[in-house]
Design a protein around this ligand. Structure first.
Ligand code: FRU
Length: 523
């Protein structure tokens, strides 16, 4: 029984902890990609959702975690360190300020973690790869468009210089620097353009306030580094009630209502540049790096200028694409939901099966223990019945006398018990002169255990083995006293008593007289 409890003790916690173990089976993803976004906004939300959807695109166990620094560079540095601490395998980062984030990037690289710059770069060459639009080309393409198309029309209308204002994004970020470089290079080689730039901060408010501040300047074209600032600029013209506002050009070209492409179609913007997102390509590049596949270090994503000439076609295609993407997102969400349900059911099934297995083993152990108990009880009962039979059965009583018989007086046909009794009788007689004789040892020589010997002797004689030995010694002494001339002392030693005094006391107790008294009687 204690063994059973020991097993149960081991099994029960197993049954209790199995559900816990099963629920813990979801380990970490094989590829943990941390994304550090310098800011939020609709353009970055699109990249983020594309990256999250791409987790399920490449038949790999990918986990994308995104941190948004809300245009706070100190927060971005902190978030980068935290992502590293959380155990990411690769960092994807759009640095808010190219200089301020550089040290944090170097730290990440020193930890052996690959770094992928996307959209923006930092002032360090210690990055693994870059993926994003070509911002210099953005500025250059917009500049060339202005020079090629708008100046030409301006020329047709009277020949005055084309007045162009560039409102840049925050110049501590690489896209603002690159877009400005591309744009100003084109402006620089164009003598018929009156060009100036003002630094702003990527926000609609920035674009709005810049245009208000420029109200006395009759700009023909305002190129804003993103659609947010372009939107602010248009609003400023509307609020000022300018009769002939400048043609506003933005960058980003997001699909959807009241976004860049829509604004070009509605005539609010003159043009916008589609600045590519492609979150799925970012995750693909990250996986190539993590799995050791070959990859390009510089990966340029293609953009395009949307102008009144191509906006209808572009809007059609991009709206179509957007609704398909939305459908995919819905399908993906539903799949996630079903997958979640499947996983829960799968886990529940696993837990039930394991618990059932534990219960079956426990039941088997209990049954085995009960059967064993029943067997032991039956054996005890049988023994008890045997004993009762012995004391009530005259044949058995006769068996006791075997110990009082000499070998030559024994009957020829004997039972198993009789044979045992004879053998023991013989063994005791042969060894009784040894005062150190141990009944257990005699039993062992006969091939039976101490307990078996005890039970058997008790059942056959009603005496314990030690009592039987003493009784047989005294009987033999009685015979020797009555039939020989040996002294009491000699007889005491011969039958195995350690001291004659003890022998005399035992003899008197057994026969009611001392050995010397018997000797007197039998002389
Ligand atoms: C969004 C954004 C875009 C712009 C890009 C440049 O945060 O300002 O509007 O094109 O970043 O990095």
């Amino acid at each position: 029984m204690p063994k059973l409890f020991l097993r149960m003790k081991l099994l029960l916690p197993a049954a209790v902890f199995l559900p816990v173990l099963a629920s813990c089976s979801d380990g970490d993803a094989a590829y943990k990609i941390g994304v550090s976004q310098c800011a939020g906004g609709i353009w970055r939300e699109k990249v983020n959702s594309e990256m999250l959807a791409a987790q399920h695109l490449y038949r790999r166990d990918v986990e994308v975690s995104i941190a948004d620094a809300h245009d706070d560079v100190a927060l971005q540095v902190h978030q980068i360190d935290s992502l590293v601490e959380s155990g990411i395998h690769l960092l994807v980062v759009a640095p808010g300020e190219s200089e301020a984030v550089a040290d944090a990037i170097v730290r990440v690289r020193r930890c052996g973690i690959p770094v992928v710059f996307f959209d923006r770069k930092a002032d360090t060459d210690e990055y693994t790869a870059f993926i994003g639009g070509d911002n210099e080309a953005v500025g250059r393409d917009v500049g060339n468009y202005i020079v090629g198309h708008l100046k030409q029309r301006q020329g047709e209308g009277g020949g005055r210089k084309l007045r162009v204002l560039e409102i840049t994004g925050a110049m501590h970020s690489s896209p603002a620097q690159d877009r400005h470089r591309g744009f100003s290079n084109v402006m620089a080689i164009c003598p018929d353009v009156d060009y100036r730039y003002v630094e702003s901060d990527w926000t609609g408010k920035g674009g709005y306030e810049t245009v208000l501040a420029e109200k006395d300047n009759d700009w023909d074209v305002v190129f804003c580094h993103n659609d947010g600032m372009a939107d602010g600029a248009c609003q400023a013209y509307l609020d000022m009630g300018t009769a002939e506002p400048a043609k506003v050009i933005g960058v980003d070209g997001m699909p959807g209502k009241n976004q860049g492409i829509d604004y070009v179609e509605k005539g609010r913007f003159h043009a916008t540049y589609i600045y590519p997102t492609h979150g799925e390509e970012i995750v693909k590049l990250a996986l190539q790096i993590l799995t050791g596949e070959p990859y390009e270090r510089e990966n340029v994503l293609q953009g395009m200028l949307v102008t009144p000439d191509n906006v209808t076609m572009t809007a059609l295609t991009s709206n179509e694409l957007m609704s398909q993407v939305n459908n995919l997102v819905t399908i993906h969400d539903k799949l996630e939901e079903s997958l979640g349900l499947y996983n829960t059911q799968h886990k529940a099934l696993l837990v039930s099966l394991l618990s059932l297995a534990v219960l079956i083993v426990a039941l088997l152990l209990i049954t085995r223990a009960l059967l064993q108990m029943r067997r032991t009880l039956r054996e005890r009962q049988a023994m008890h019945e045997e004993e009762t039979l012995f004391y009530t059965n005259p044949d058995s009583r006769r068996l006791k006398q075997v110990f009082e018989m000499r070998e030559e007086d024994l009957p020829a046909v004997r039972s198993q018990d009789a044979i045992f009794a004879e053998t023991l009788n013989k063994a005791i007689r042969q060894n009784m002169s040894n005062p150190g004789l141990k009944m257990d040892e005699l039993g062992e020589k006969m091939g039976i255990s101490r307990v078996q010997l005890y039970r058997k002797v008790k059942a056959l004689t009603g005496l314990t083995p030690v009592e039987l030995l003493r009784q047989m010694r005294l009987q033999q002494a009685y015979v020797l006293l009555s039939t020989t001339c040996k002294t009491v002392n000699e007889i005491a030693y011969e039958v195995g008593f350690g001291t004659p005094g003890y022998f005399s006391r035992c003899f008197k107790h057994q026969y009611g007289k001392y050995p010397t008294e018997l000797r007197e009687l039998t002389k």
